[in-house]
Ligand binder design. Sequence first.
Ligand SMILES: [Cu+2]
Length: 147
Amino acid sequence: MLLNRTIIVAAVALMMSTSVLAKDWQVQMLSFGKKGPMVFEPSFVQAQVGDTVTFVPTNPGHHVKSYLTPEGQTAWESKLNETYTVTLTEEGLQLYYCPPHLVMGMVGIIQVGDPVNKADLDAAYPEFRDKIAINPERVDAILSQIQ
Ligand SMILES: [Cu+2]
């Protein structure tokens, strides 16, 4: 009887700990932020597998699309002016952007656990960076936060 109760208490504690550990990160889509026009804020998120990221259309005219995801993570894309949540299913880096404002460097990075696919990002980045006409150094600074 005591053993049964111990097992139940342990099972409940385990369920509670997993729900508490998974975190939802909020990223605002802004026409003007702390680092200038057309930004995601924050533009770098350090998360864990099982967390979610919710993109909030604080200002109108934005949406978000993944450019590079780790193997196993489905590519994702929101609709214009939509509040959109992506569940982080795999460890690694996710590079994303706002399609209408990529040229202005509206870009962000989600790091999930360790950057296990950093080599893939490094290989894809030069072609991606060529699409950014204004202030690509701001995007370089986002990538420099990867650790
Ligand atoms: Cu935008």
